[in-house]
Design a protein around this ligand. Structure first.
Ligand code: UDP
Length: 355
């Protein structure tokens, strides 16, 4: 078992994890916990990685494991070996993993195999579709963790259904803390699209990108909208459009303004300024909800069921008719709820007590 006086290690590797990490890092430091940031290398381009450390005023990761590249099995195996080696060297008291990526899975597995306690931030979310890599990653991480930080009541209920009740804490959502910290700055940024109104669109999930037919349906959907769309392209999505021979078609669609991935602050600004958001991102669905912007989710299920129950997030999959119908009955904008839930401070306090 790991010593109680070792550091707390955060394992991160992908864009949404850097955003979740930022408020948790601050809270751990405020709680006087020694915190070591380990970057697996999963996202490595400046605009998917280093930019977020600069924008969110995070220190450069203490360790970068340099595991670049897509796929699942090979990067998971490489990360597993390198995280295990890091654990042997640093003897951490606890490992924190975030969300549902390959880095989450490898971190949880390495911690469990090395006998180090694991805490999972954003625990208990379920789509109940095991074909999705995110679902497999989060299920395994939850079952290997001893501290499970659930953002919502439904997440706690999901864990209970799987027989997990010990170590579960409903703490709220660190992403809301990040938004709360950064919205005052983000709201002053300028828009990168002149049209008013406009829609904001992000797509990156394998279930949409890894299927040329679904990419065609997405093009059809975007072309049929009644206002211009700003669409920052995730590198995986750009590659997928190129592979399917559809990138030029996307770039020449009149209503769509394609751009490189945006930074966090610009993304919040555009979510907050858009007439509606179209996305398959978990983070963007919640940010739209907090910023009072109507959301059309480009999937048939969501883990963030509360946003749908609230009537402000509609699951349209990639169906243009459903998109039009949802936009026709869109509710009025709501005032943003930009003050966070203090989830990160709760997480730090629980970790401190547990150590
Ligand atoms: N995001 C960003 N730039 C973009 C698109 C998204 O900074 O061009 C942010 C977004 O505001 C949210 C996070 O990235 O905080 C969501 O990450 P992503 O969609 O990659 O993953 P998911 O949330 O689906 O796990």
């Amino acid at each position: 078992m790991s010593p109680v006086n070792g550091p707390v290690l955060s394992i991160v590797g992908a864009r949404p994890q850097f955003i979740k990490l930022a408020p948790v890092h601050t809270a751990l430091r405020e709680g006087r916990l020694q915190h070591v940031i380990v970057h697996t290398g999963q996202h490595y381009d400046d605009d998917m990685s280093a930019r977020f450390f600069r924008e969110l005023k995070l220190p450069t990761p203490n360790i970068n494991l340099g595991v670049k590249g897509g796929g699942h099995a090979v990067p998971t195996a490489r990360m597993l070996m390198r995280i295990a080696r890091t654990i042997e060297e640093l003897k951490p008291a606890l490992l924190i993993v975030y969300g549902d990526t390959t880095s989450t899975l490898a971190g949880a597995l390495a911690g469990a195999q090395c006998g180090t306690r694991v805490a999972h931030v954003e625990s208990g979310l379920r789509s109940y579709l095991r074909t999705q890599p995110e679902e497999r990653n989060r299920v395994v991480a939850d079952h290997l963790s001893t501290l499970l930080f659930a953002p919502t009541t439904s997440a706690v209920e999901n864990l209970l259904r799987e027989g997990i009740s010990g170590g579960v804490h409903r703490v709220g959502d660190p992403m809301h803390d990040a938004l709360s910290n950064w919205w005052p700055t983000a709201s002053r940024r300028s828009l990168q699209i002149e049209a008013d109104p406009f829609y904001f669109c992000t797509v990156h999930r394998a279930e949409n990108t890894d299927d040329a037919q679904r990419l065609s349906r997405l093009l059809h959907l975007l072309a049929g909208l009644d206002a211009p769309v700003l669409m920052p392209l995730h590198p995986r999505t750009r590659r997928a459009f190129r592979r399917a021979g559809l990138l030029k078609k996307l770039q020449s669609l009149t209503p769509v303004q394609v751009c490189e991935p945006l930074g966090y602050l610009d993304t919040l600004r555009h979510i907050g300024g858009a007439a509606a958001v179209l996305t398959d991102s978990g983070g963007v669905q919640r940010e739209a909800a907090w910023l009072g912007t109507y959301c059309l989710t480009l999937r048939s299920v969501t883990e963030w069921v509360e946003t749908v129950e609230d009537g402000r997030n509609v699951l349209i999959d990639l169906d243009l008719d459903r998109a039009r119908a949802a936009l026709d009955r869109r509710p009025r904008r709501r005032r943003p709820k930009t003050s966070g839930t203090n989830a990160s401070r709760r997480i730090a306090a629980i970790i401190r007590k547990a150590l």
